[in-house]
Design a protein around this ligand. Structure first.
Ligand code: SAH
Length: 251
């Protein structure tokens, strides 16, 4: 079950942190590590810091975009050491663990996403996440070391998983139908953006965070497969009307 929770490290500079993250994961029973354009990997420093978690490093997937790292995921939890311009649904580490386990139990794929050592995640990357997770650290010194941050969230995921093993109840969502995956959502956002430009609702010269706000709205909605088909169908018909082509209602 914990294997459904992947850890995604974006543009990590120091290979030692990749090794440290792998060790933290293996200690807590997580196994799937995805690296988005790491600066230096594979590396001896990574293996040295992993001390015994080399199997996770050997199995790590290296991809060239966050989008590729999130393929198949229905829940994406992005970490942030500080507040961002557009407020987003927030979780603390405990809530993050519970939510991740709740979804992972239903067979869904979940991603915990961590940013660059010096700059964290970009706004664009954070807007691809359903929730932001902040570790409530000292406000005067809020940034944890990357591998330490992975340790905190991996521990909370394990704790939530252990609570379920003990028979404690963790709310299971009504997800009788599978949720749309991140790749489906990305295709939808592209389609939505094109359509909004086409009908003149979105001015590409003055986007005013519209797409980010819409991502936040749809991200909150837990859209499932059949709902996604409806949304895509609406966009397709809207585009036909905008182009003056024949569409469903013929009168
Ligand atoms: N200077 C960066 C900090 C990056 S720390 C910034 O201001 O964003 C590297 C990564 O560790 C972050 O991207 C995040 O994934 C994780 N991290 C560090 N401290 C954290 C905290 N307090 N809460 C959540 N994640 C944190």
């Amino acid at each position: 079950m914990l294997q459904n929770i992947r850890v995604v490290l974006v543009n990590t500079s120091h290979p030692g942190n990749i090794g440290g993250a792998a060790r933290a994961m293996k200690n807590m029973g997580l196994s799937r590590l995805v690296l988005v354009q790491p600066r230096d990997f594979p590396s001896e420093q990574a293996s040295a810091r992993a001390s015994g978690a080399d199997d996770l490093l050997a199995g790590a997937e290296v991809v060239d975009s966050l989008e590729a790292a999130l393929v198949g995921c229905t829940l994406v939890l992005g970490t942030s050491a500080r507040d961002r311009s557009l407020p987003w649904p927030m979780l603390d580490p405990r809530e993050c663990g519970v939510k991740a386990v709740e979804h992972a139990r239903g067979g869904e794929q979940i991603a915990l996403v961590f940013g660059r050592e010096h700059a964290g995640l970009t706004n664009d990357e954070l807007q691809r996440c359903h929730f932001h997770v902040h570790i409530p650290s000292n406000p005067d010194f809020s940034s944890l070391n990357l591998a330490a941050a992975v340790q905190v969230l991996a521990y909370e995921a394990r704790s939530a998983w252990l609570a379920v093993q003990d028979g404690a109840r963790v709310e299971v969502g009504e997800a009788s139908e599978p949720l749309a995956t991140m790749d489906e959502m990305e295709r939808f956002y592209d389609h939505l953006e094109q359509t909004l430009v086409q009908i003149g609702f979105l001015d590409p010269a003055k986007p005013k965070h519209l797409m980010a706000r819409l991502r936040r709205l749809y991200g909150r909605s837990a859209v499932n497969h059949s709902e996604m088909s409806i949304l895509r169908g609406i966009l397709t018909e809207t585009q036909k009307v905008a182009r003056g082509e024949p569409h469903k209602r013929k009168d």
